[in-house]
Design a protein around this ligand. Structure first.
Ligand SMILES: Nc1ncnc2c1ncn2[C@@H]1O[C@H](COP(=O)(O)OP(=O)(O)OP(=O)(O)O)[C@@H](O)[C@H]1O
Ligand SMILES: [Mg+2]
Length: 321
């Protein structure tokens, strides 16, 4: 069964309503997160402590109504704590798998930059291949296996920033800023009563309005939406421009092109359209490319930011009419 963009929009609105029961404000963040989920891609959520990164992902899991697991990354976390281990069963005289938390559909990898590289890469490999190898045996993960990883900005001590190659596995990075005054005031008032965001979630007030079946349908509905050839070229040109910009040391690779195409299409769909516009591409460029670029040290020292570089690239690349 096909669903049309109008139905998708309705489904989305239902999801938004549920998320907003817990999360105050952060509309753009919520939409970006839904885009990642609807395209079947993984997302990185970055923000200073206490902006509700963890709470958002827990709420999304509730809205999705699928299996959900959480891994709290710590410095002593081992790869097997993520993938699982074979344990010898004396009664049956054989090894049996104790599956790790990756055997789920929606996974929150909380504070991913608190674990060393070896552990991070166990997860990133599972994300990339949707399968894990344990003692030379390969186990296939859920086809809808989706990871949302949270990370505090790298200035914090005792963290292991994700290497660039690994960040590339995330379709987009969602930056969560501090709430504006009005949202913070609403939050402050809720915290005083028994309707605090945490309590609301714990009380089961959030309904599972999107089923695994809906997700499948949505992904298929997106696949039939074509992107005009000149817009595909625009996406390619924007990504390529990151490689020739003089401020950039490491530009975005071909995975970024794919992510920007998928993201732009999803952005059109969540806005109820069945065609992609240049504005969809522009809206998705920063979340898709931002975490993949490394600036040259001399520009970084001068205080040039990745977002400024991206804004400049968007000004320079010719927009199709
Ligand atoms: N926009 C918001 N909507 C609802 N609650 C919020 C919001 N911002 C902050 N909070 C409150 O802040 C608390 C902390 O949220 P959470 O633990 O998810 O933060 P975090 O970003 O994961 O922090 P850390 O980086 O320390 O793990 C929540 O319990 C919630 O009460
Ligand atoms: Mg957290």
């Amino acid at each position: 069964m096909q669903i049309d963009p109008e139905q998708i929009k309705e489904l989305l609105n239902r999801a938004r309503v549920e998320v907003r029961k817990v999360i105050i404000g952060q509309e753009e963040v919520i939409d970006k997160a839904l885009i990642a989920i609807f395209t079947g891609q993984h997302a990185l959520i970055e923000g200073v402590p206490g902006v509700a990164k963890t709470l958002l992902v827990r709420t999304l899991a509730q809205v999705l109504g699928c299996d959900f697991n959480r891994i709290q990354f710590t410095p002593d976390l081992m790869p097997a704590d993520i993938t699982g281990t074979n344990v010898f069963n004396l009664q049956r005289n054989e090894f049996t798998l104790i599956p790790g938390p990756v055997f789920t559909t929606f996974l929150l990898a909380d504070e991913i930059n608190r674990a060393p590289a070896k552990t991070q890469s166990a997860l990133l490999q599972a994300m990339q291949e949707r399968r894990v190898s344990i003692d030379r045996e390969t186990h296939v993960l859920s086809a809808n296996f989706t990871v949302f990883a949270t990370q505090n900005p790298v200035e914090y001590e005792g963290t292991y920033p994700l290497p660039e190659a690994q960040k590339d596995r995330f379709m987009l990075k969602i930056s969560m800023g501090v709430p504006d005054r009005e949202s913070e005031l609403t939050l402050a008032k809720r915290m005083l009563g028994d309707g605090s965001p945490e309590a609301t979630l714990a009380a089961g007030a959030v309904q599972a309005v999107i089923s695994g079946d809906d997700l499948e349908k949505m992904r298929r509905a997106m696949d039939v939406i074509t992107i005009r050839e000149d817009l595909v070229a625009y996406v390619v040109d924007v990504v390529r421009a990151t490689r020739t910009s003089e401020t950039v040391l490491v530009g975005a690779g071909p995975r970024a092109t794919q992510s920007l195409l998928l993201g732009s299409r999803a952005n059109a769909v969540i806005n109820g359209r069945d065609f992609v516009t240049p504005d969809d591409v522009k809206a998705m460029t920063e979340p898709v490319l931002g975490h993949r670029l490394v600036l040259r040290a001399e520009y970084e020292i001068e205080g040039v930011t990745v977002n400024e570089v991206i804004a400049k690239i968007l000004e320079q690349v010719t927009v199709p009419r």
